[in-house]
Design a protein around this ligand. Structure first.
Ligand code: NAD
Length: 293
């Protein structure tokens, strides 16, 4: 049993933290939004009034924050308040550069730190079946395994600090592009007189099969747990997907990689967000592509 500070209890952080409580860990939690901590308090976690207070006696600190800006701000406080030797695990999706910078400050201050972004969505977070992509030192990775194992099923050490984020933005570039591809296909199928279930039954068993279709179908019906069946309530907000696509384009530019479809996906998500859908699930882009937004 570890004493864990968990900071950032949104769509992902809340179910992840609940799984740590269920695994028998003692949690102290903090979120800027007081409503976000209610489910954790009910499950037996303690509420702190700041990230620093949450971390002051912790063996392990887990953060699940929106973007690099919040990660920099929160770790600025944590480095002054977490006990020496505490293991720091940032599960947020952020840019590689910030992850490496924060990881390097952590090492200078004597903390073991990992970047450990996740894939699997809110359903994976609730079921404890997330995939973790982890960057950072071997020893820290070994210590983190039992903690990550309470929240996920597949845990991969991707190498040095920042490599978890590198894997995540590559993965999410695939996801953004494939969600648009699946959406275009289902929108076109409808115009061609194919109902969504029929196209799903065929394509999910054929070469068009992919996660965006079989686990998260943007057309309502075929995948009952998908946000398409609850009017595209997130889930994974379009603003978050746009953030990840921007991160992948920045990384492409910095590394000299050619990613024309990644750029097209970013432009389409920018348009979808600009049209007032930033808070909707990212799979709702099917409505824009079908001319129904
Ligand atoms: P969210 O917006 O639902 O949750 C973020 C939480 O962080 C909010 O509750 C917010 O109040 C809190 N917060 C913001 N700034 C804070 C601060 N300074 N101190 C404490 N709390 C603060 O976002 P989410 O969907 O849970 O995503 C979190 C991260 O996980 C993002 O980086 C996202 O890209 C990534 N991610 C999300 C999904 C998904 O399906 N939602 C999947 C994989 C990865």
């Amino acid at each position: 049993m570890s004493k864990i500070a968990f900071i950032g209890l949104g769509n992902m952080g809340r179910p992840m933290a609940l799984n740590l409580v269920r695994a028998g860990h003692a949690l102290t939690v903090f979120d800027l939004n007081p409503d976000a901590v209610a489910a954790l308090k009910e499950a037996g976690a303690k509420e702190a009034d700041s990230p620093g207070t949450a971390a002051k006696d912790a063996d392990v600190v887990v953060t699940m924050l929106p973007a690099g800006q919040q990660v920099k701000a929160v770790y600025g406080t944590l480095f002054d308040s977490a006990p020496a030797g505490a293991l720091l695990i940032d599960c947020s999706t952020i840019d590689v550069e910030t992850a490496r910078m924060v990881g390097s400050i952590a090492a200078d201050r004597g903390f073991a730190m990992l970047d450990a972004p996740v894939s699997g969505g809110t359903a994976g977070a609730a079921a404890g079946t997330l995939t973790f992509m982890v960057g950072g030192p071997d020893a820290a990775y070994g210590k983190a395994l039992p903690i990550l194992g309470a929240m996920g099923k597949t845990i991969v050490h991707a190498g040095q600090s920042g490599n978890g984020q590198a894997a995540k933005i590559c993965n999410n570039m695939v996801l953004g592009i494939s969600m648009i591809a699946v959406s275009e296909a289902f929108a076109m199928g409808e115009k061609l007189g194919l109902d969504a279930q029929t196209l799903f039954d065929i394509s999910s068993k054929a070469s068009g099969q992919c996660w965006a279709m079989t686990s998260y179908c943007p057309a309502p019906g075929p995948v009952p747990t998908a946000p398409s069946n609850r009017d595209y309530q997130p889930g994974f907000a379009a603003a978050m997907m746009l953030k990840d696509l921007k991160l992948s384009q920045e990384a492409a530019e910095a590394s000299g990689a050619s990613t024309p479809l990644g750029k097209a996906a970013q432009d389409l998500y920018q348009r979808y967000c600009d049209e007032g859908n930033a808070g909707a699930d990212f799979s709702g882009i099917i409505k824009m592509l079908a001319g129904k937004a």
